[in-house]
Design a protein around this ligand. Structure first.
Ligand SMILES: [Zn+2]
Length: 280
């Protein structure tokens, strides 16, 4: 069990040690070293910018934004994974891929309203996004945006080629119900590429911050919120652990996880989940 995650865990011992470093009294020499550690050079998998990325954020996943397109590390991780699945030789970025005739024919669903992919894909006939409001009927529209709950999507079975969710699944009330419904609407062989806030060292078990067994939420842990990207806040229901892999396999997914191809201590800690619906 958790083979892939434990392998990653062992490969990233160095990363773990670094991430657990306690802040010390900084000499100017040390702060120089620290700022060097918080910088890396690479090509942006979204826009193709080549140069230095600086952490500039408490969270490594939200930081290292591209100076050109503003994509944070977690979005660039997703871009790299999507490119790995669908990219053709010569396509180095998601921007390249977005101009591909075949790719632009796909049915793509991306819940939420922010992130760099929307601009690139929104002209596709098969591109859908959504938001969840509790006072709009599922499937109805508010300002041209469809209301969807990931736990009961109004899409039909086997409809979608690619679903992208970026730090959303931890906000879903019943995440395994949602992962199963995403499985239902994916075409056979379709992909769900997603990120969740998971950091090394990865804890073995998923924990639930809220008891959702009844109609009303009952807090188990102190309520904890993330920004929802559009000025509001969104409750965190689930802290995922390494057992996410076995939960997803049980639903039927083939489960893979990508780390970006870079030796930088933070970059190689970034996990992107690539799950695929069984072809049969
Ligand atoms: Zn960029």
């Amino acid at each position: 069990m958790f083979e892939f995650l434990s392998k990653l865990f062992n490969n990233n011992k160095e990363a773990i040690e670094h991430s657990e470093e306690k802040p010390k009294q900084k000499t100017s020499e040390e702060s120089k070293l620290r700022s060097a550690k918080d910088t890396y050079t690479d090509r942006c998998s979204v826009c193709g910018f080549y140069g230095e990325f600086h952490k500039n954020n408490r969270s490594f996943r939200e930081g290292y934004q591209c100076p050109e397109c503003n994509s944070s590390l977690r979005y660039r991780g997703q871009a790299a994974s999507i490119l790995k699945i669908f990219g053709k030789p010569g396509q180095e970025t998601i921007t390249d891929l977005s101009k591909d005739d075949e790719f632009s024919q796909l049915t793509i669903y991306e819940p939420g309203l922010i992130g760099p992919f929307r601009k690139l894909f929104s002209g596709y006939k098969g591109y859908r996004n959504s938001f969840y409001w509790d006072d709009v009927d599922l499937g109805d529209y508010s300002d041209d945006i469809q209301c969807q709950s990931l736990e009961e999507l109004t899409f039909g079975e086997n409809e979608i080629d690619l679903i992208i969710s970026s730090d959303i699944m931890e906000h879903v009330r019943q995440p395994w119900v949602a992962f199963a419904d995403i499985y239902r609407v994916l075409k056979p062989g379709g992909y769900h590429v997603f990120s969740i806030p998971i950091d090394f060292p990865i804890k073995s078990k998923t924990t639930y911050r809220v008891d959702t067994s009844g109609d009303d939420d009952v807090y188990i842990e102190e309520p904890y919120y993330h920004g929802n990207g559009v000025g509001g806040k969104s409750l965190v229901y689930t802290d995922f652990g390494a057992d996410i892999e076995s939960h997803l396999i049980k639903i039927g997914y083939n489960v893979d996880m990508d780390v970006m191809d870079h030796e930088h201590v933070d970059v190689k800690k970034l996990l992107t989940f690539v799950t695929q619906k069984n072809i049969n």
